[in-house]
Ligand binder design. Structure first.
Ligand SMILES: Cc1ncc(COP(=O)(O)O)c(C=O)c1O
Length: 280
């Protein structure tokens, strides 16, 4: 079994333990990141470390390490687990203390890092796309914080699965925010629309890459949430995340999206994304 990092030590995963009084366990009180690793190196590390800082500040926790320390910790674990392609998961919880909603004082945070296999996006998904359903966005008002308390996201993803779909597109006040574990996009007349960065979405690192690739390619982007009613007439719909990359949606609520095949704008952005990955 692979090694993990827990509170200062690199050890075999089966030997890693945390206290039952850890606030991550009792209250879901912590934040996390998932970073794809290509050729043994973290992809878009600066963006992930920056978002980690924002998440920690958002939950009023100190950052236990500086950027160099995080980088060297991640590099060590990636090497111990064989390099190559991996998905690195890290979380910081507020630490071990008697259960109380109020923050404990003078408690060290718990830091956990593991790596998992990174499964390449299948050819089937790339040629046929994925299925999604729209669901009510039942999450809290701080979706910009990457919090480990993922119960609403988990319920939504499960509901999508039970409806025969791969992902849920979430609707708040009549507009699409994002997916249950992804950012979302709609294309109309070769213009990409995606919800703006605010408290209603997670500022995705893949989203940042997508938008900068679109800019380089001269494809117009409008950071505006799309009305639910317009989703069924979009030319293309996509979702993106660090481990799933950019996925074309070809079925929305049981109906074909656009031509029913991954569209030309997705093909163009995905090709550029694959190039950036290969060069990173
Ligand atoms: C709710 C949500 N939005 C967006 C994303 C995409 O973020 P990233 O591209 O940084 O992986 C994720 C990733 O897990 C997510 O859970």
């Amino acid at each position: 079994m692979a090694d993990v990092f827990i509170n200062g030590s690199f050890i075999a995963a089966e030997q890693a333990t945390v206290s039952v009084f850890d606030r991550g366990f009792l209250l879901g009180d912590g934040v996390y990141e998932v970073i794809p690793v290509y050729a043994g190196r973290c992809f878009e590390l600066a963006g992930h470390l920056n978002r980690l800082k924002n998440s920690l500040a958002g939950v009023k926790m100190a950052n236990p390490y500086n950027d160099q320390e995080w980088e060297s910790l991640f590099d060590t674990l990636i090497k111990r687990n064989g390099g190559g392609e991996q998905a690195l998961y890290m979380q910081v919880s507020r630490g071990v203390a008697p259960r109380d909603h109020v923050f404990p004082e003078g408690v060290d945070p718990s830091v956990f890092v593991m790596t998992n296999p990174l499964h390449p996006v299948s050819e089937k998904v790339k040629t046929q796309g994925i299925k999604v359903v729209t669901l009510n966005d039942t999450r809290w008002q701080r979706c910009d914080i990457k919090a480990i308390s993922l119960l609403p996201n988990s319920l939504l993803k499960q509901e999508a699965k039970e409806a025969g779909a791969d992902e849920a597109l979430l609707i708040r006040n009549g507009f699409m925010t994002e997916g249950s574990a992804s950012n979302s996009y709609a294309v109309f007349d070769s213009v990409i629309y995606t919800a703006p960065k605010n408290n209603q979405i997670l500022p995705g690192i893949t989203r940042d890459v997508v938008l900068s690739l679109a800019e380089q390619a001269g494809i117009a982007v409008v950071e505006e949430a799309v009305a639910e009613a317009r989703l069924s007439v979009a030319d293309e719909l996509w979702v993106s995340s660090s481990t799933k990359e950019i996925l074309p949606i070809t079925t929305l609520n049981g109906q074909a999206v656009g031509s029913g095949k991954p569209g030309p704008v997705w093909h163009q952005i995905d090709a550029l994304y694959q190039q950036v990955k290969a060069e990173a």
